[in-house]
Design a protein around this ligand. Structure first.
Ligand SMILES: C[S@@+](CC[C@H](N)C(=O)[O-])C[C@H]1O[C@@H](n2cnc3c(N)ncnc32)[C@H](O)[C@@H]1O
Ligand code: SF4
Ligand code: SF4
Length: 360
């Protein structure tokens, strides 16, 4: 049965390196000198693409992430190669340095660019969360310039926003959705801030104790304190989605976030995590994970993607997900990974997860 499963969300975390100083993530602590010689080379990434294409064809969502993927200048060459195989290319970015690549991006096969932005009315909220002053302005400048380039060249680049939700930016979420619509962006995806222990550089080989994980009391308190106001905001976002605002989260996920904030533990009983059946993430050193918090299930330098997907470690990982006590099942990778402007019903491939919850 599991042998017939195939992943539909492939991520290339092409570097752990990052120029930001986010308070929610510690990937930026990666030291370039420690990792540069260990990262997969351009040719190695191309070989991975060959393996994926041979096995899966083009029927999967493919995204560069990291670290900051644009710190690898060969992202363009790897994208060209993916496109030559017929694979649609998306990338995440913190938007901090893309001013140097705007024209290159719009000319590249990257069809979808997901920019992380945590506030719009008050730039300081974004800058503080990202640990670098001026980062908000750089993103606004980049979006304005992309819009000019899209208008003058007629080139199609989907620009999307990805926003972490935390207590300080609750009143920014509605304005961010308005901004997305007013600026002709493809859409915005909200994800609740997760334990920052989950977001670390993969050069630090660390697996979280997913079966025995206990959320820090402080974090739980933070969620519960923001619950009332956050629920009002998420209700408003659901209304806006109905009115046609480009909000990528499914209604089910918006509801699940509300339930989680009121009582985080409820989510463990109600929502299964299926990343083991859908996700295939390759880190900068070739290690493959189905769940980003669990130990690698193989290395792409040693085995093909298909061999890794079907090996015993992958099978064990799928079993372990059913006993997992972590809350990142609420993140977007467990709901939908689609920024490619597909039809609404395609955006949430896992609606069936919620049968017991929402009975649809
Ligand atoms: C790890 S980053 C990598 C890509 C790129 N550096 C960026 O920031 O967009 C991927 C996404 O994770 C989000 N993220 C970081 N820390 C998080 C946390 N503790 N909880 C939830 N999402 C988080 C980022 O905002 C970003 O949208
Ligand atoms: S969230 Fe992105 S920008 Fe921030 S430190 Fe992590 S990798 Fe860098
Ligand atoms: S909830 Fe899912 S993604 Fe998070 S640690 Fe558990 S199995 Fe992994």
């Amino acid at each position: 049965m599991t042998e017939e499963l195939k992943p539909n969300q492939i991520t290339f975390d092409i570097t752990d390196r990052c120029q930001m100083r986010c308070v929610t993530c510690s990937k930026w602590k990666t030291v370039a000198g420690d990792v540069l010689s260990k990262e997969l080379t351009t040719q190695e990434w191309k070989k991975v693409l060959d393996g994926l294409h041979e096995w899966l064809g083009t029927d999967f969502w493919f995204c560069f992430s990291g670290g900051e993927p644009f710190l690898r200048p060969d992202i363009f060459e790897i994208s060209e190669y993916a496109a030559s195989l017929g694979i649609n290319v998306a990338s995440m970015t913190n938007g901090f340095s893309i001013e140097h690549y705007l024209e290159k991006i719009i000319d590249s096969p990257i069809k979808s660019l997901n920019i992380s932005l945590n506030s719009i009315k008050d730039p300081k909220i974004h800058d503080t969360s990202r640990g670098r002053e001026g980062s908000h302005q750089k993103i606004i400048n980049a979006i304005n310039r992309f819009n000019e380039l899209r208008a003058t060249t007629g080139k199609e680049l989907g620009i999307n926003l990805s926003t972490i939700v935390f207590p300080e930016n609750l009143d920014e979420l509605v304005p961010l959705a308005e901004f997305a619509k007013a600026n002709y962006l493809g859409g915005i995806m909200f994800q609740i801030m997760d334990d920052k222990e989950s977001f670390h550089g993969y050069n630090v080989q660390r697996a979280c104790p997913t079966g025995t994980y206990k959320m820090p009391d402080e974090l739980k308190k933070e969620y519960m304190n923001m619950a009332n106001h956050a629920c009002e905001v998420f209700d408003k976002l659901a209304e806006m989605k109905k009115e046609g605002y480009p909000i990528f989260n499914s209604y089910e996920q918006l509801e699940a976030i509300k339930m989680f904030l009121k009582n985080p533990d409820d989510i463990l009983k109600s929502i299964d995590c299926r990343v083991g059946e859908t996700n295939f993430a390759i880190d900068p050193y070739g290690d493959v994970r189905l769940c980003f918090n669990m130990a690698p299930v193989g290395n792409i330098r040693e085995n093909s993607p298909k061999e890794i997907w079907e090996n015993n470690l992958s099978k064990a990982c799928r079993k372990a997900t059913s006993k997992c006590k972590m809350y990142c099942r609420l993140l977007n990778c467990n709901f939908k990974g689609d920024f490619l402007n597909k039809k609404e019903e395609d955006k949430c491939p896992f609606r069936c997860f919620f049968k017991k919850l929402f009975k649809h």
